[in-house]
Design a protein. Structure first.
Ligand code: PLP
Length: 456
């Protein structure tokens, strides 16, 4: 098919630059073109079916064929296809969604603010935090602490918050005022003999040392995903959030919980904030808020954040920030319907129960010769692969083994994603145990094939 000049593959190579893709390599390998989806499955242009074990990009919670979301979008599109929320204007879907989010928040929140993507939401959070520091007469309080391996997006500010080399290299990032503290990857970064609690204590000490070295009066906020996603599905070690939050409280530093992946059921509670007893001042949401049927993101802010910002907007005459499509009515209508579906069908319970089965199947992989560690909670997890379990050494360069197994798994009908040598699993919330078994039967088969290829 590829040899024909007008095939979709050929036109893709000719006209389309892909996100997160080696653009030169793409000219050789071409695209996998997905044509349609149903439930947890997607189908490519050649008619091959796959289980989408990543929910697209950690996001299609209710699966790929939810008619109620199509209907909600159609109804809203026919009634009011666009309106905005600048200069005191508004519309009903956004009011309904704001009320829904503020009232369902697991910690007291005051207002919702709407954007289009996780990156924009984190970028906005950072701007709000700076605006607030100025409002409080603390212009020096501008530094933001994030973590190595964090993922908060790709705009200039949110890519700076992200703690991964590929988001900084050749982009001249991170920008000033963004600091990265240690990542909570216990298996990779704990010292020999260190327990999870001891590791968490050491990380909290690292954070405190950083704050003291920089000057506590210069630190405005700490950003963290309850469970790190794109950094390799890093589940916090025992005691981690408790100890980190104690340090933040000691120096009156705001906590931003980036719930872009964890939100709306992924970790077995509605929010990761609940799973890990976090008390954020700002919660950032996207992806599963609308099951990504349409782009929308939201931030919830508490009074500690809102009140000074409101005063400063009054002093200046406006809060000079907002996106044309931020809180788009069609996306907002879809988000409300999506959250209703998650609640009505108890998909959070499903994530917990079927997630327990997924964690069991994941756990069984540790006996495989190529699997160094597995980790996860509810319906999110990863296996990290090595060729030498004792030294945790990669096969050649980091990511080579992850790429090999991921490729074989795709041929075997399951779409996953390797972040380096960690292969992630984040299936739609609607998945059942039999379907989880189908994923992990394919994973086992793919690991065996990879082991054979490596030895050949
Ligand atoms: C935790 C987290 N925050 C932010 C983002 C950025 O979201 P977006 O790609 O919509 O800009 C992502 C995307 O994967 C994410 O996982």
């Amino acid at each position: 098919m590829d040899s024909q000049p007008n095939s979709p593959e050929a036109r893709d190579k000719k006209y389309h630059m892909h996100a997160y893709t080696n653009a030169r390599r793409h000219q050789e390998v071409g695209p996998l073109i997905i044509e349609k989806g149903d439930g947890i499955y997607v189908e490519d242009i050649a008619g091959k079916r796959y289980i989408e074990a990543m929910s697209g990009l950690w996001s299609v919670g209710v699966g790929f064929s939810e008619q109620r979301l199509v209907d909600a979008a159609t109804r809203q599109m026919a009634k009011l296809p666009f309106y905005h929320n600048f200069t005191h204007k508004g519309h009903s879907p956004l009011i309904d969604l704001a009320e829904k989010l503020v009232t369902m928040a697991p910690v007291p929140m005051s207002k919702a603010f709407f954007t289009n993507s996780g990156s924009e939401a984190n970028d906005t959070a950072m701007k709000m935090i700076w605006f607030r520091s100025n409002a409080l007469g603390q212009p020096e309080r501008k530094k933001i602490i994030s973590r190595k391996r964090a993922y908060h997006g790709v705009t200039i500010a949110s890519a700076s918050l992200t703690g991964l080399p590929n988001n900084h290299l050749s982009f001249d990032l991170p920008i000033a005022n963004v600091l990265h503290t240690s990542s909570p990857h216990y298996w990779r970064e704990a010292l020999p003999g260190e327990t999870e609690q001891q590791f968490s204590t050491r990380l909290a000490d690292d954070l405190e040392k950083l704050i003291l070295a920089e000057g506590p009066e210069t630190i405005a906020a700490f950003f963290g995903e309850p469970v790190m996603g794109a950094g390799g599905v890093v589940v916090p070690p025992a005691g981690y959030w408790e100890k980190i939050q104690a340090v933040l409280q000691k120096y009156d530093i705001l906590l931003v919980a980036d719930e872009v992946i964890c939100g709306f059921g992924r970790t077995g509670n509605m929010f990761g904030t609940e799973t890990y007893a976090m008390k954020p001042d700002i919660m950032v949401m996207s992806k599963q808020i609308s099951s990504s049927y349409l782009p929308i993101s939201a931030m919830l802010i508490n009074d500690k954040v809102f009140e000074p910002i409101a005063d400063e907007s009054n002093r200046i005459g406006t809060f000079g920030h907002g996106f044309t499509a931020g809180g788009h009515p069609v996306a907002a209508a879809v988000a409300i319907e999506n959250i209703n579906i998650i609640e009505e069908r108890n998909l959070v319970d499903n994530a917990r129960h079927v997630g327990a089965h997924m964690q069991k199947r994941l756990g069984q992989l540790t006996s495989h010769e190529l699997v160094g560690e597995v980790r996860g909670v509810a319906l999110i997890g990863a296996m990290e692969m090595v060729t030498d379990k004792a030294t945790k050494a990669p096969w050649g360069s980091v990511g080579a083994l992850g790429g090999l197994v991921n490729g074989i798994l795709q041929q075997n009908g399951v779409i996953s994603r390797n972040m380096g040598d960690a292969l992630a699993f984040c299936p739609p919330l609607i998945i059942n145990e039999k379907q989880v078994d189908a994923i992990f039967d394919a994973v086992e088969k793919s690991l065996d094939e990879a082991a054979r290829q490596i030895k050949a």
